[in-house]
Design a protein around this ligand. Sequence first.
Ligand code: GTP
Ligand code: MG
Length: 513
Amino acid sequence: KSLSALQEERLQQAERSVLIGYHSRINEQKLIKNLSRHGDINKYFFYESYGVYALVEFASGESVASLLDEAVIPTYSHEATVPFKSRLLSLKNLGSADQSNPQSNQQFQPQTSMPINQLINRLAKEETVEQQLISLTEAYQLTEENSRLRFLVCSLLRDLAATYFPQCTIKPFGSSVNGFGKLGCDLDMILDLDGIRSMKPKPKSGLSLEFQLKRVSSDRVVTQSVLSVIGESLDQFAPGCVGVQKILNARCPLLRFAHQPSGFQCDLTANNRVAVKSTELLYLYGELDPRVRFLVFTVRCWARAHNVTSNIPGAWITNFSLTVMVLFFLQKRNPPIIPTLDHLKQLAAPADRCAIDGNDCTFVSDFSKIPLQQNSDTLEHLLRDFFDFYATFPFSKMSINIRTGREQHKPEVAPLHIQNPFEPSLNVSKNVNMSQLDRFIALCQETSWLLQQSETMTPRAGDQRDTPAPWGLASLLLPSQVVGVKSRRKKRREPASERIKSLLESLKNNKAK
Ligand code: GTP
Ligand code: MG
């Protein structure tokens, strides 16, 4: 299925869904039974965020209307409420029978990824490195439920934005839908007004829409003013949206806020078609060969464990850059595991043609037309070679380019140069400084070395089955494994403090003895 077909289906499901906050002592079966008075329910699940919630998808939109008809706007003695009905509801009481069944018998669906220590334990129990990569992906990837919740948040926000722009849509992009998202990743959304723009007045009528299409100096100004009013209404009226920041002067203007009922950190942009294209491309690569997703998940997790990437914006390598680096590495295999972007462009049908701001963003949409070469590299082999590849990559001179699948001389000075696939004059990793790149290279060298050691790569014999010692991929995620890198750097700066620390340690040990 293409990404756009998948998104369309999910958005429709989301429009028929409601999100209900409730007290954990409510009997969930009774809640569902009560809701089904409004019509058939296709799917429901429960989760905990800032409170307990039920996501309920009805078979028909009419059921949602009927439910909202019944819902009251609450009145409080010392506070006033905005009379806006959204599909985010809360249930205060559900009859006296609740007390008789205080035990919640439903399982909550997790919406955040497991802590790293738990993941390491899980991986240590696997029997091969290959299984470890698969297990990591299965533990981290977005669940069916989490994906539904992401689309529901888009749909709830759309209801609000539609008060200004009735034909607008709000769609997720980035890791929420590109196949590489980890539970707990941010929710990137795009406000799409193309539905309104494409309403062409009939040439004969001679009429054009002054009230909707007010003229300003540039598309950027339009985006800024659209986001500014949406930001204002999110802040003032949208239930559950807190900490709304308008970041309108960024290269790509955006609104950043937290959606509390889902627990998602949200970024809302508009007129960002290139990012949507990059999302489609990443999705396509992830679908071509299962090894792509296993390797990307593993490298992203490794990078986060060693603070190569961060949740805070800065001079760090981003997940997007890291993903492009993995794709480039897979294009360089012999034979290549995935085709170059130029190749995907050659395979495109006339309907796939796409240009955005003068840049050619064409690539094939029909996956079945993409020929794949026979490459039987194992995941273990690929993992080792990935770190080897970047441990020795000539970063100082060369740029990474997934369009051609070949490194090229850097067109400009930057420690790390990764050509933006759809805006060739831009460097995706422009933010990365020399010290972050150095750290990345040192960690690749260290990891590559670890992967060549037989004691790291064999499951520990003789351990109890419930807590085996970390080995293989699990040992690559342990913080202690990078001590070598850290102490090499530290030794230069603060040798005295290191010496004193070890002296104190040995004194302590002697005393204990
Ligand atoms: P995480 O949120 O870190 O899990 O990954 P992500 O892929 O969602 O990254 P992020 O939220 O930073 O960006 C969202 C999407 O915007 C990415 O998937 C890309 O499609 C796009 N994007 C991010 N950074 C760049 C960039 O520097 N250049 C381009 N062209 N697109 C970018
Ligand atoms: Mg993201």
